[in-house]
Design a protein around this ligand. Structure first.
Ligand SMILES: CC(C)(COP(=O)(O)OP(=O)(O)OC[C@H]1O[C@@H](n2cnc3c(N)ncnc32)[C@H](O)[C@@H]1OP(=O)(O)O)[C@@H](O)C(=O)NCCC(=O)NCCSC(=O)C1=CCCCC1=O
Length: 377
């Protein structure tokens, strides 16, 4: 007897989503979740297969993520993961300035500093955000629409592939503003850049151009977004027309002097258009759509495993250090950045801080007041 109709079976689709659509919204600050049809190479939408877009929406604060937004990102990647009609998940942000500049420094300074237990709970959410990106059962693409800095760099690197606007800058901010790049950068950067460059990028807080990161292999592609009439203009603040000058590598380095001033002035008033960025994203989505979904995600996760290796080892102990640090250097660093309009300076007096530590002073309010800026008259 070959008919199995006698076996009891349950029909229909189960709902595997953990969060409702209410986690998302279109009001800033927030996270937008959208499903968009996959486009064929001619730009025509195809039936029944989608990309999921998770969009950080806090452009006034350079798309830094608030606590609520962290929850939105977790929900977004989980929703994409559990939706079989989704081919891949695109992680991007609103506007043309920033993809994300990390944790919200206003929240860090005004709420989390001097509240280490609260920040520990926040870090549990932050870690879950990186975990959910790395767990997503769909390939993930970071569509870098602008600067990718600090925690923004970390959640961006958690994605499988990055396609970038050529106006974007990349770097860390922690050691300057009171934290350590422990939300993924100290784990991912040494895989993705040569070790010495990973070290310098992690600690120096220098901002490197998208072209430099393209040259170094941190990102897959970097495209122009300035449109002058019908002409695309590559970021004029960066050297892109030569590789070597005077025996040194120059491709991707910033121009200096008058050339830099002129280029910066041009960029300030230029019109941006993300058509080429979206074309690149669509090309990748189309490639994915035409692969076996099971074999594709197994291959992706096989590579991700290596990224996860160091992240998984350090994320829990890092959470505890970051929580404790909220009572010390984070109070100073994020406090200085958050009060820059009041004091006129966005960092502490590092040298005075070092002198006082060397003299064995306690880290009390007297020391803190001595190294922070003062309200302007
Ligand atoms: C270098 C910058 C990214 C860009 O500098 P610049 O181009 O000069 O712009 P600004 O004038 O500084 O910024 C424009 C306005 O945006 C506000 N802004 C920018 N970033 C943030 C942020 N992260 N949170 C809140 N608001 C932000 C800025 O205040 C301006 O507002 P205004 O009202 O004055 O117009 C520079 O902006 C910069 O360094 N930003 C701070 C980066 C930072 O320190 N991020 C947090 C690092 S820590 C972190 O992300 C972590 C993640 C997980 C693990 C632990 C951890 O610490």
């Amino acid at each position: 007897m070959s008919d199995l109709s006698w076996m009891p079976r349950e029909d229909g689709l189960k709902d595997h989503h953990l969060w409702s659509e209410n986690t998302f919204g279109t009001e800033a600050p927030g996270v937008i979740y959208e499903k968009k049809p996959i486009l064929d190479p001619q730009g025509n939408p195809v039936d029944g297969v989608y990309s999921a877009w998770v969009t950080l929406n806090n452009p006034k604060q350079y798309n830094s993520y608030t606590t609520e937004m962290v929850k939105g990102v977790i929900a977004g990647f989980h929703r994409a993961s559990a939706d079989t009609s989704v081919v891949a998940c695109v992680f991007t942000a609103m506007g043309d300035k920033a993809f994300c500049t990390g944790g919200n420094t206003k929240e860090y300074s005004e709420y989390y500093s001097k509240r280490p237990n609260e920040y520990g709970l926040y870090m549990d959410l932050f870690n879950a955000m990186v975990d959910t990106i790395l767990f997503c059962k769909k390939p993930t693409i970071c569509r870098v629409n602008g600067m990718r800095v600090a925690g923004g760099q970390e959640i961006g690197m958690a994605c499988d592939i990055a396609i970038s606007s050529d106006l974007a800058i990349y770097g860390q901010a922690g050691p300057k503003h009171g934290s350590a790049p422990d939300g993924g950068s100290s784990d991912f950067l040494p895989w993705m850049l040569p070790m010495e460059l990973a070290m310098w990028n992690c600690v120096s807080c220098e901002m490197w151009s998208a072209y430099k990161m393209y040259r170094l292999g941190l990102i897959s592609k970097c495209v122009p977004v300035i449109k002058d009439g019908d002409k695309w203009v590559r970021n004029p603040t960066v050297i892109t027309d030569s590789y070597v000058a005077d025996g040194d590598l120059v491709y991707g380095e910033y121009k200096t002097g008058d050339a830099a001033k002129e280029a910066r002035a041009y960029v300030k008033t230029a019109t941006t258009d993300f058509e080429l960025l979206d074309k690149e994203v669509n090309k990748i989505l189309w490639t994915y759509a035409n692969l076996f979904p099971g074999c594709l995600i197994k291959s992706v996760e096989g590579v991700r495993l290596k990224k996860k290796y160091f992240w998984d080892q350090a994320k829990v102990i890092n959470r505890h250090w970051l929580a404790a640090n909220m009572s010390g250097e984070a109070f100073l660093g994020f406090g200085a950045f958050n009060t820059k309009k009041i004091t006129g300076t966005d960092t502490i007096d590092f040298l005075e801080y070092r002198r006082r530590l060397a003299a064995g002073e306690t880290l009390d309010d007297v020391l803190m007041a001595a190294v922070l800026g003062k309200p302007k008259e």
